[in-house]
Design a protein around this ligand. Structure first.
Ligand code: GDP
Ligand code: MG
Length: 162
């Protein structure tokens, strides 16, 4: 069985951009429009000779009322089948109330979660992460999915645990 890595986070944080980079596929729809990927997308990535499955999700809204139940169910299904969850955050937007709601949901899963601060290409790593320490998910890891920065070492660390 290949390790399954799920990408979770608010719409527009860069999940599909990261999915595309990891799988080098053009299957995941990437757009400026938030929340475009509504169903789960599966792809296979490889780091050296180590393959893994990556799941892109439609994203969690982080709204207490759970406005979009279908989206919520998709994400819960992805979490259920995941061995490791990458919780994507947006360095440019900073830590939002929705991020805090999602973080508390993820802490309840009991699965390994990494807080990943995307769009960090113009920021020093410590700066990018500082805003997100309060989520209680350990040291936030800065990456740039668009530019590829930090992505290999992130996946390497995830795979090392298997
Ligand atoms: P999703 O809704 O979480 O799947 O987010 P997308 O992958 O569709 O990306 C949302 C927007 O953020 C798009 O305009 C991307 O080009 C942009 N984006 C994604 N990754 C990065 C990054 O590392 N840096 C910057 N500056 N923009 C990014
Ligand atoms: Mg998407």
């Amino acid at each position: 069985m290949l390790p399954v890595i799920a990408l979770v986070g608010r719409p527009n944080v860069g999940k599909s951009t990261l999915f595309n980079r990891l799988t080098r596929s053009r299957d995941a729809l990437v757009a400026d429009q938030p929340g475009l990927t509504r169903d789960r997308q599966y792809g296979v990535g490889k780091l050296g000779d180590r393959p893994y499955v990556v799941v892109d999700t439609g994203g969690l809204s982080g709204e207490e009322s759970g406005v979009d139940q279908l989206m919520e169910q998709q994400v819960q299904a992805a979490i259920a089948e995941a061995d490791h969850i990458l919780f994507l955050l947006d360095a440019r937007a900073g830590c939002t109330p929705a991020d805090a709601v999602i973080a508390s949901q993820l802490r309840r899963t009991g699965k390994p979660v990494s807080a990943v601060v995307n769009k960090s290409e113009n920021l020093d790593g410590a700066m990018a992460g500082a805003d997100f320490f309060s989520l209680g998910l350990g040291e936030p890891l800065p990456i740039s999915a668009a530019h590829g920065r930090g992505v290999r070492s992130l996946i390497n660390d995830v795979l090392d645990a298997f």
